[in-house]
Design a binder for this molecule. Sequence first.
Ligand code: G
Ligand code: G
Ligand code: MN
Ligand code: NA
Length: 255
Amino acid sequence: LNIENGLRRALDNEGELILEYQPQVELNGGRMVSAEALLRWKTPEGTVISPGRFIPIAEETGLIVPIGEKVLRNACATLARWRAAGLPLPRIAVNIAAPQFESRNFGDTVARALADYNVPPDRLELELTESVIVRDAESALREMARLKELGVSIALDDFGTGYSSLSYLSRMPIDLVKIDRAFVMRSTDDDNARTIVRSIVALSHALRHKVVAEGVETRAQLTQLRRAGCDYVQGFLLARPMSEAALTAWLSSEV
Ligand code: G
Ligand code: G
Ligand code: MN
Ligand code: NA
């Protein structure tokens, strides 16, 4: 299978590129505050290809721009359906690749998706990584400010694994910091990883950002995160990524 050609076809083929959603819940209380949209590619031959394999190729070929727009619009469509059903509306968090963020008119694309589906802007969360800051920090900060003006939420994904300087953390107009799962994983048996987790939480809170830990798999990790004062958790311990239908059922049970 040629991934590039396959992706071009998938873009026009309803039902090939689909979203799963993974809940992000309050560490104390368990209420769902957000759900991360995770892309899945089901080819007509029935193969499921993981984003780890096709997203890098989509980034190299530029296909990430139309694919990312489709993801944004599908996420907004899901929010619109939940809203119409009168369900409690969590945010939906959408991963934004650097080339997509840097593409012309990205802000307009986001604004159009929000308007077309009539979703409250703060229900859409954009997950950016530090890589957007590395290339051209000043223009990235301007673009982030523009997105904040639209009213969307911004999360900094995979925090601690990139190469941005800490000074930018205080300048970015973000709402949430997502602690990378590598730190979460090691936080139960590695004192240094535990210290890093605590420091990320303290630093983020001092800058008035909320903190999400990702990749939470064990009760012991959850205990460490509670002690560190983390706000929200996401991971297999809480819930695996699931279909929209399954998440709709979860939301219905929260009413
Ligand atoms: O769901 P999974 O663990 O296989 O995802 C692997 C990687 O693919 C993660 O880093 C995730 O952020 C990324 N990813 C999943 N969905 C999307 C998407 O819609 N857009 C982008 N840019 N990345 C995604
Ligand atoms: O890079 P990003 O944070 O967007 O990656 C999200 C990816 O992490 C998704 O592919 C998702 O399937 C995966 N994931 C979610 N929860 C867990 C978990 O508890 N453990 C592991 N190993 N991966 C997880
Ligand atoms: Mn993510
Ligand atoms: Na992440």
